[in-house]
Design a protein around this ligand. Sequence first.
Ligand SMILES: [Zn+2]
Length: 183
Amino acid sequence: MSSNIKIQRICQHCSKEFTARTTVTKYCNDYCSKRAYKARLRSGKIEGSNKETERIKKKPIEELKAKEFLTVRDVSKLLNCSIRTTYRLIAQGHIRAVNLLQRKTLIRRSEIDTLFELPTPESETKQPITMEASESYTLAEVQEKYGISERALHDFIRRKNIPRTKQGWYTHVPKVLIDQLLS
Ligand SMILES: [Zn+2]
């Protein structure tokens, strides 16, 4: 399209006069042409139709969110994963499902919500325990008595699920249990 022609034009975006190289040029430069395109997007049909497409795509999701029971296909849509993955999540026990008929598996919608709930930390669900000083060690005492590092002790306590309680500055663990496990 480029040629030796030179046409004086008025930019349709910034209204500046410019020299066009083709007969169809509407804007003085790239910048104006891009701005003009964006302005058209904003006011025009392109964005409108994009929004409509989005709305149509999202509509089933909104409908699924209102349902009490979901099929495996519904769940895969909600989670944006494959049907296979959904079956695997069920098999692994992440999602509880009911097999009503051979080809009819239903999932309660609330199951999907609980998937994303964070588990309550163990320490918060457990009843607080108190330990007599004579029946317990502080962590420093255990480290000293059995010559293990702080880190190793913490790992050990967690691995063996040893009950512990914080009294003042110190964490206490039951003497009997520690002696039984470490000596
Ligand atoms: Zn311009």
